[in-house]
Design a protein around this ligand. Structure first.
Ligand SMILES: Cc1cc2nc3c(=O)[nH]c(=O)nc-3n(C[C@H](O)[C@H](O)[C@H](O)COP(=O)(O)OP(=O)(O)OC[C@H]3O[C@@H](n4cnc5c(N)ncnc54)[C@H](O)[C@@H]3O)c2cc1C
Length: 330
């Protein structure tokens, strides 16, 4: 990609559905900001044509590609190895110089493969993407959130973007007549990867931790009573997270752990209840836009990064907070 030329952007949406998830809207909003015009924003989905048409209906886009699921009836979901073939096809057809995908599981695996095939750069865990005259520049949060780095892309670049780091404009995404999805043949699974079973995770009714706009997390200070975390999460429409101490104590499942050896989250709001703020915990949440901490120790390190801190006992502060949130929602 030469500096000064407006980028052509391909957005990869692997688990699309109607209505569009907020993280998918964020990627599209980012693509429109980075590209010169709506015609320079192209989308590839791993879904069939009907699902794709419904999900993207009314959006102004250059072209839309989807999976020709009839070409491989073995598996409704497309594994990374095959997804890489679809992405490569759409990238070559559109001449995309910037490929954007969410920072999650199989799609980032697929994008890494595509970067090799296209001899493109690969930047993962982006917290910001800017299109300047000199070219694309990408921000990353590194060393447990202590530094933000900026990387410049000199060629075609594949970028995975963390959820909730981009705001969708209040006016919504550019509207227009959505191009008809062009089905791309899904190759039959190669010998290296075969998906033999998929078991859906039982839904809690709460948003997924890594995609949620708000997270309420509990630590050792909860003293075993995680219901306080759940009540506040439900009052805020938030996901439930936890420190490793709370997970190790068996108060909640490992999937809820936030930090260096758990999930990385970057919600708009992160509420830490009875969490000290150890470096390994911060590594997973420091990029949250607003951090609220409730801790009875005024010297707890979490207050160093909190935007709002309440020094107090969770057992008295949280029920009051839940009541106020519920009242505010009525
Ligand atoms: C290699 C490695 C990887 C790690 N990975 C992770 C990771 O991914 N995620 C992670 O979280 N940790 C991780 N850890 C552990 C980390 O170092 C801390 O031990 C852990 O985060 C502490 O959890 P905590 O804040 O819940 O507990 P503590 O550090 O014990 O803090 C509890 C806090 O609760 C407060 N408190 C107590 N009672 C109350 C009350 N009634 N009301 C209000 N506040 C109260 C206390 O003042 C204290 O600040 C890792 C450690 C290592 C070595």
């Amino acid at each position: 990609m030469s500096p000064n030329s407006a980028p052509t952007v391909l957005v990869v949406l692997d688990r699309i559905g109607a209505p569009l998830r907020s993280t998918d809207q964020q990627l599209l909003a980012l693509a429109h900001t980075v590209a010169g015009s709506p015609e320079s924003v192209h989308v590839l989905t791993a879904a069939d044509a009907d699902t794709t048409r419904n999900a993207l209906d009314g959006l102004h886009l250059g072209s839309v590609f989807c999976a020709d699921t009839d070409s491989n009836a073995h598996d409704a979901a497309v594994p990374a190895e095959q997804l890489a073939d679809l992405i490569e096809h759409a990238a070559r057809q559109t001449g995309a110089t910037v490929l954007l995908a969410s920072d999650a599981g199989e799609v980032s695996d697929a994008l890494a493969r595509v970067a090799v095939r296209l001899e493109a750069g690969l930047i993962t865990h982006a917290v910001g993407v800017d299109a300047a005259e000199a070219g694309i520049s990408v921000q990353k949060s590194v060393l447990a959130g202590a530094y933000t780095t900026r990387c410049a892309a000199e060629s075609t670049v594949c970028i995975t973007v963390k959820p909730n780091v981009v705001a969708v404009p209040e006016t919504g995404l550019p509207a227009g007549t959505t191009p008809k999805p062009q089905p791309v043949e899904v190759p039959v699974s190669g010998p290296r990867v075969t998906v033999i079973e998929r078991s859906p995770v039982e839904s809690t009714g709460r948003p997924a931790l890594t995609e949620a706009a708000a997270v309420v997390a509990g630590g050792r200070g909860l003293n075993g009573d995680f219901s306080l975390v759940e009540q506040l999460a439900d009052a805020l429409g938030a996901a439930v997270g936890a420190s490793r101490a709370a997970v190790d104590a068996g108060w909640t499942e490992h999937a809820a752990q936030v930090g260096q050896t758990g999930a990385t989250v970057s919600p708009q709001l992160y509420v830490a209840l009875g969490i000290s703020g150890a470096l390994q915990h911060r590594a997973g949440m420091q990029t949250a836009q607003t951090i609220v901490a409730i801790n009875k120790d005024p010297d707890a390190p979490i207050f160093e990064i909190a935007d709002l801190g309440i020094v107090g006992n969770v057992t008295s502060v949280v029920p009051d907070l839940v009541q106020r949130c519920e009242k505010a929602r009525q």
